[in-house]
Design a binder for this molecule. Structure first.
Ligand code: ATP
Ligand code: MG
Length: 416
């Protein structure tokens, strides 16, 4: 069977040298019983290759099981893989065969093999070297004849260096390494794959065919595809189902490509750039509105501090403030109003524009005054002490605090 036959049979799309090389390795190693370690990013076809290896081997009529080592809890993985005896742990009501026993004569695909705990790694090494294993809770050595194809999408050699993966097992599994190339390393295949997937999905959903403009093709080729073929397939499906436009340009395509920050590639600059601008305009508008609200609120706070709540509400009856009160709670301004604390000195206001000037000016004046609580507090304490000629008891009384608190504050605020 040549490379093209394998592609046809297993639905592999692409002509890049890296892909052809991976298929070559699979074809050559398949008829042997050698363990294979498939490495490659998520969605790059590791599982597809494990099937190719099994199907092109003499075990093709035997069983094939794919086990995701990362998905099985650490406490049960030995039992899942190697089986257990009745009563070997709480809940082991029956004896159970493990996958290595069930798959005798076939192939086991150990996906995410880097996730295996160290104890399980030792058991796996023994099976690979001698075909021997022991069920959990048993002392009887059993034999099995299983071909192991393992896969990982992490840098497993890094795990070896950190002591998380046994070095001897790594070399044993990695007798023949097979690397599934990332999509971004075979850009020439991307459009081909996209067309194939679009054809499949438009067929499936009975939607009209989709074409890409030249700039969309370029965007497709330059996107980093962190989820590789699986991601490309998903996006083709979304477009086939959701997109109304049948001639897709880069701007439309961009909406389907999630932003990926590990690359400088996916940002697409259109000649018109209308979308970018409207989004930026919107943000500016939001910020501008917020600033306007802030100015209004500042004015209001300053006014209340200066004149007391009553003055501002009763005299001015500004719709803005009344609305604010209604928004804050349903209490009416009249209910909230308290007698003015300070004498009101306000120039007469005749119209809204003058009113506005007056408030901004006032706001500016007051902003220059310090609003620091510490300073205000020190100030008040000094005044109270002066008024009571240094008598702390009376000063504390006037300030509405205990004498002890006043002592502490004098000390803390360094008022001696
Ligand atoms: N060269 C290819 N041509 C066509 N389809 C492919 C190709 N490679 C992968 N696929 C498809 O992409 C999808 C993902 O492939 P697969 O499940 O083998 O990836 P994986 O490397 O095992 O991913 P993960 O690490 O997430 O488990 C599958 O639907 C598979 O059929
Ligand atoms: Mg997989």
């Amino acid at each position: 069977m040549d490379t093209q036959d394998i592609k046809n049979r297993f639905g592999i799309i692409g002509n890049s040298p890296l892909l052809n090389r991976a298929i070559d390795v699979a074809r050559q190693v398949a008829p042997t019983d050698i363990s294979v370690l498939i490495t490659g990013e998520s969605g790059s076809g590791k599982e597809v290759f494990s099937h190719i290896i099994h199907q092109l081997s003499s075990r093709k009529h035997g069983p094939f099981i794919a086990v995701n080592c990362g998905a099985i809890p650490e406490g049960t993985i030995d039992s899942e893989l190697f089986g257990h005896e009745k009563g070997s742990f709480t809940g082991a009501h029956e004896a159970r065969k493990g996958y290595f026993e069930v798959v005798n004569g076939g192939t086991i695909f150990l996906d995410e093999v880097g996730e295996l705990p160290l104890g399980t790694q030792a058991r796996l090494l023994r099976i690979l070297e001698t075909g021997e294993y022991i069920r959990v809770g048993s002392s009887k050595v059993q034999k099995t004849n299983v071909r192991v194809v393992a896969a990982t999408n992490v840098d497993i050699y890094n795990a070896v260096q950190k002591g998380k993966f046994r070095e001897d097992l790594y070399y044993r599994l990695n007798t023949v390494p097979l690397r599934t190339p990332a999509l971004r390393d075979r850009k020439e295949d991307i459009h081909l794959l996209f067309r194939k997937f679009i054809a499949d999905f438009t067929d499936k959903y009975r939607s009209p065919n989709v074409q890409l403009t030249a700039d969309a093709q370029q965007l497709l080729a330059n996107y980093p595809w962190p989820g590789n073929v699986r991601q490309l397939k998903n996006i083709a499906e979304q477009i086939a189902v959701l997109e109304k436009e049948r001639l897709i340009d880069a701007q439309i395509l961009q909406q389907y490509l999630p932003y990926d920050n590990r690359s400088n590639l996916p940002v697409h600059v259109t000649s018109k750039g209308t979308d970018d601008f409207s989004e930026r305009d919107l943000l500016y508008k939001v910020l501008f509105d917020m600033k306007k609200d802030m100015v209004e609120l500042k004015k209001l706070v300053v006014e209340i501090v200066q004149n007391g709540v009553n003055s501002r509400i009763m005299e001015d009856n500004s719709p803005y403030i009344n609305q604010l009160y209604r928004e804050v709670d349903n209490t009416t301004p009249e209910q909230l109003a308290t007698p003015p604390q300070l004498t009101i000195h306000r120039p007469p206001t005749s119209g809204p524009s003058e009113d506005f000037h007056f408030h901004t000016q006032e706001a500016e004046e007051v902003e220059e005054e310090s609003l620091s609580l510490v300073e205000k507090e020190s100030d008040l304490i000094r005044k109270a002490l002066k008024k009571h000629k240094g008598k702390r008891k009376s000063a504390a009384q006037e300030l509405g605090i205990s004498e002890r608190t006043l002592y502490r504050k004098i000390k803390d605020l360094n008022l001696n």
